[in-house]
Design a protein around this ligand. Structure first.
Ligand SMILES: [Fe+2]
Length: 258
């Protein structure tokens, strides 16, 4: 069994809730799809935990923004990036500053795992955003109807299964092209050998599918299970409101998952 988390966005309450659930299930291997930081008020804490608890991670666009520069960000996201950079840079007390920068600076953009899942020979790709542009391209459920050619082009880059985050909208894209929400799948997608899928694991720290619960997936045998968990978003929002450099909207949106 292994779990995949993504888009934590400095939300400590959501991250600790998700990791406790993963531990309760007896899952010892965790992978991360990036965007550890950005938006909320606990970048240092979230980075430290992800560095310690995940076996592998990839670079997200918000991690990139803090490390290099924000690309196509709205004002709130940009402000959060600069504030996060400052918080990481000004930390002279914990002795963890260099290690965090090193971690961010050595993130890969994609990685691949070839392994047997139950009886299925699986080939798993892990990226933050899309199989074509791993850091920045949005793959939206609506693309299936509005730009099906885009989904076809993405699937040409997928050998079997590609796990993504980035849009904060969990669900499964199939080659038809089609998109299924976790509810439409009954919460589970079975990986089979002759079906390609792009699987969005949703967001731990800033869900945007009108469900404010933290999202992640775990894989048991050949089945991908989508999980949603209530967490203390009021505390997360309060910390955002108390930080002048962070836009209040980033707290408001946690209340209704948008
Ligand atoms: Fe994100």
């Amino acid at each position: 069994m292994f779990a995949i988390i993504s888009d934590i966005h400095s939300n400590l309450e959501a991250l600790t809730t998700v990791l406790a659930d993963i531990e309760n299930r007896g899952i010892e291997t965790r992978y991360c799809l990036g965007d550890v930081v950005g938006y909320a008020a606990n970048p240092k804490e979230c980075l430290d935990i992800v560095m310690e608890k995940t076996a592998s991670s990839v670079l997200g666009n918000h991690d990139y923004a803090v490390l290099y520069e924000p690309t196509n960000f709205n004002l709130g996201a940009e402000q959060a990036s600069y504030w996060t950079r400052e918080i990481l840079e000004l930390d002279t007390e914990t002795g963890k500053k260099d290690g965090r920068w090193r971690y961010l600076g050595t993130q890969q953009m994609r990685w691949t795992l070839e392994r047997k899942l139950g009886d299925v020979n699986a080939f798993l790709d892990f990226v933050h955003a899309s199989p074509r542009k791993p850091i920045n391209e949005y793959v939206f459920p609506d693309d299936v109807y509005t730009t099906p050619g885009k989904i076809n082009a993405l699937f040409e880059r997928v050998k079997h299964i590609c796990f993504i985050g980035h849009t904060h909208l969990p669900g499964v894209f199939l080659e038809d092209p089609d998109f299924y929400t976790p509810d439409e799948l009954g919460g589970t997608y079975p990986i089979i050998e002759d079906e390609k899928a792009i699987i969005n694991v949703g967001s731990v720290g800033q869900p945007r599918d009108k469900d404010n619960r933290a999202s992640y997936v775990y894989v048991q045998d050949n089945e991908v299970h989508f999980v949603r968990l209530k967490y203390d978003y009021e505390t997360t929002a309060k910390k955002i409101y108390e930080t002048a450099e962070l836009d209040n909207f980033e707290g408001d949106r946690l209340y209704d998952g948008r």
